[in-house]
Design a protein around this ligand. Structure first.
Ligand code: GDP
Length: 175
């Protein structure tokens, strides 16, 4: 017997974080399961969709990427206003990007979007030999906040699908 999906939901997700932490790479890894060393010239990376099943719910992720606008501090609250989920990315080999991620989180809280589900994601775990932010430090930080946390690598694919799935579960309480 073939079971139909119980329901379909759309999940608008925004990627936030410093430039070159790997936001586009994460999106591409999740959506196409690929990794490209220099992404910035790929047109159309600004908006990607991906369907995954979590339990019997079909979740359509609508992923919005900043495609470099964060460089100019020109991200307006419009960018994340209607988002149900946000992934704030930092690079585990670059401490400044972790500090910047905390500021993004602060900004999101200030926008007073009570229902937005947030994940802090430390990318580039394959660069563990130049790690600048420990798992413990980041884990301790998120314990004070009600958010998800995972370390991933867009390059190797480690934990990428997992963090999107966790977000999907937490966003859709009916699953
Ligand atoms: P964005 O500006 O935050 O969207 O970052 P990009 O996705 O364009 O990635 C910036 C650079 O980091 C590129 O050279 C990527 O190849 C590289 N990069 C992204 N993810 C990883 C990763 O998991 N590991 C490593 N070693 N490099 C990565």
């Amino acid at each position: 017997m073939v079971l139909e999906p119980k329901e379909e939901v759309r999940l608008r997700l925004v990627l936030l974080g410093d430039t070159v932490v790997g936001k586009s790479s994460l999106a591409l890894r999740f959506v196409q399961n690929t990794f490209v060393d220099s992404l910035k010239n790929i047109p159309g990376a600004a908006f990607l969709t991906k369907d995954i099943c979590v339990g019997r719910t079909l979740i359509r992720f609508e992923i919005w990427d900043t495609v470099g606008q964060e460089r100019f501090n020109s991200l307006t609250p419009m960018y994340y206003r209607n988002a149900q989920a946000a992934i704030i990315v930092y690079d585990i080999s670059n401490k400044e990007t972790f500090d910047r991620a905390k500021r993004w989180l602060h900004e999101l809280w200030q926008q007073k979007q009570p229902d937005i589900v947030i994940a802090l994601v430390g990318n580039k775990t394959d660069l563990c030999n130049t790690r600048a932010v420990s798992n413990e430090e980041a884990g301790e930080y998120v314990r004070e906040q009600n958010i998800l946390f995972m370390e991933v690598s867009a390059k190797t694919g480690t934990n990428v699908r997992e963090i999107f799935t966790e977000l999907g579960k937490k966003t859709n309480v009916t699953i």
